[in-house]
Write a protein of this length. Structure first.
Length: 183
């Protein structure tokens, strides 16, 4: 299930290794699924929230809608719907960040399916984000989604009735065939 690692506990080399491992996990999944005949036919790029997850985020930046009425889990995004990946894209989440100065979100879980039937991983973020100077954490294991899977991500809100949303964002690579988004 994994755990969250604060950036102040990582070296620059560690961070480069996390990012490299995320890209490699995505390429391995893409190759296994036959998305490309060789690694040279694939590109890795940072995910664009609306372009890659149009049912979850309205624009090309991560933002949460106003908090739920009650404490508990809620789908992330300002549209709060699970997005289905295109048939030739792999998504690999490797980092969570919350730019709010007093985060109401304390955990994030990654699930699969239109209704989130299967949980890939759950990460408690309150301790590393709330009391540290850095607003981000790396995931001890990356969360990999295959083509046509629903990306169902939930955040746990520790307070209900939050009038403003939060800037909960994600480090995520998209692995796709060359020419899809990047020539």
């Amino acid at each position: 299930m994994g755990y969250a690692i604060p950036t102040n506990e990582l070296t620059l080399t560690d961070i480069k290794n996390f990012r490299g491992a995320a890209i490699e996990a995505g390429i391995e999944r893409a190759m296994k699924l036959g998305i490309a005949a060789s690694r040279l036919e694939l590109v890795a790029r940072e995910a664009e929230p609306h372009t890659d997850f149009a049912l979850t985020w309205t624009n090309e930046f991560y933002v949460e809608a106003a908090g739920p009425a009650a404490i508990g889990w809620r789908l992330v995004g300002d549209l709060a719907a699970a997005s289905q990946l295109a048939n030739n894209k792999v998504a690999v989440f490797y980092k969570i960040a919350n730019a709010d100065n007093n985060p109401a979100i304390t955990a994030v879980r990654f699930r699969v399916g239109a209704n989130g039937a299967t949980t890939l991983g759950s990460f408690f973020t309150q301790l590393p984000i709330d009391i540290k100077l850095e607003p981000e954490v790396y995931l001890s294991e990356c969360m990999v989604y295959s083509p046509q899977q629903f990306v169902f991500i939930e955040a746990y809100w520790r307070v209900g009735g939050v009038a403003a949303g939060e800037e909960l964002s994600f480090g995520c690579f998209i692995i796709e065939p060359t020419g899809g988004t990047i020539s």
